[in-house]
Design a protein around this ligand. Structure first.
Ligand code: NAP
Length: 249
């Protein structure tokens, strides 16, 4: 129970990696705010799972690409819990398009959620942090190792790693640590179908540990970064990928 007494927010926690992180933070003793955009039933189920193990959790709807929603969510957290210790920026979207097919709409959709959303959530969360805190940004191995047709998505994740480093410098003097995690290919509702067939076989062949990741593979590293065990770790981008390097697809 290394996060006992801590208040944590996980964005995009109704499904996939975010849901896995929320459950693990709850298991570690944190009170967890399970953010979602539209999947209320899924978010409520994550809350129920945490509560069924004796933990505390609450679901809050907010579109993390919209400034007004983000402000409303953090004000609700302040009203209910008074303070905040851990922010996990996870809500993200991927649109895979070759450059010939690039649309401004897809660019803004991805940058508004994956980059601006992380920055706005950080700005609002900081109003409620105490003297110590941990921010964990979910990036991707594509930040350094882009797939074909992923120029915009990979660029958003490169931006996440850069803003993580920049904010670690800015917030270190306040006792707030900022790190990013780069998951590899991970089975989630968002990737279902993407990893089928020959591509899937190639991705597994390029993974030293020989399989796709699961949200449960990512979550323990988030718990570590959120905890005091990582008190001397900030500004880092940590690959959690089964060892994938140089995908080249
Ligand atoms: P996913 O299965 O598609 O789930 C996305 C989650 O984000 C859902 O809970 C969804 O909530 C929420 N969400 C989507 N748009 C939102 C918005 N505008 N505001 C608030 N919440 C929103 O995604 P995932 O595969 O778990 O990916 C999670 C993160 O990991 C992303 O940042 C992704 O880039 C990163 N990542 C994933 C992989 C992978 O292989 N899966 C690899 C590297 C990095 P609703 O259902 O309510 O819309």
């Amino acid at each position: 129970m290394k996060l006992s007494g801590k208040i944590a927010v996980v964005t995009g926690a109704s499904k996939g990696i975010g849901a896995g992180i929320a459950r693990a933070l709850g298991d570690a003793g944190a009170t967890v705010i399970v953010n979602y955009a539209s999947s209320k039933d899924d978010a409520d189920e994550v809350v129920s799972l945490i509560q069924s193990k004796g933990g505390k959790a609450r679901a809050i709807q907010a579109d993390m690409s919209k400034s007004a929603d983000i402000t409303r969510m953090f004000e609700a957290i302040r009203d209910d819990f008074g303070t905040l210790d851990i922010l996990v920026n996870n809500a993200g979207v991927a649109v895979f398009q070759m450059i010939e097919d690039l649309t401004e709409e897809a660019f803004h959709q991805q940058f508004n959620l994956n980059v601006l959303g992380y920055l706005l959530a950080t700005r609002e969360a900081l109003k409620h942090f105490g003297t110590l805190g941990s921010i964990i940004n979910i990036s991707s191995i594509l930040s350094t190792d882009p797939y074909l047709a992923s120029s915009v998505y990979s660029a958003t994740k490169g931006a996440v790693d850069t803003l993580t480093f920049a904010l670690s410098r800015e917030l270190g003097p306040r006792g707030i640590r900022v790190n990013s995690i780069l998951p590899g290919h991970t089975n989630t509702p968002g990737t279902s179908g993407n990893f089928a067939g020959t591509l899937g076989e190639k991705l597994i062949a390029g993974t030293p540990l020989g399989r796709f990741g699961e949200p449960e593979d990512i979550a323990p590293v988030v718990v570590f970064l959120a905890s005091d065990d990582a008190h001397w770790v900030t500004g880092e981008s940590i690959r959690v990928s089964g060892g994938v390097r140089g995908v080249g697809y």
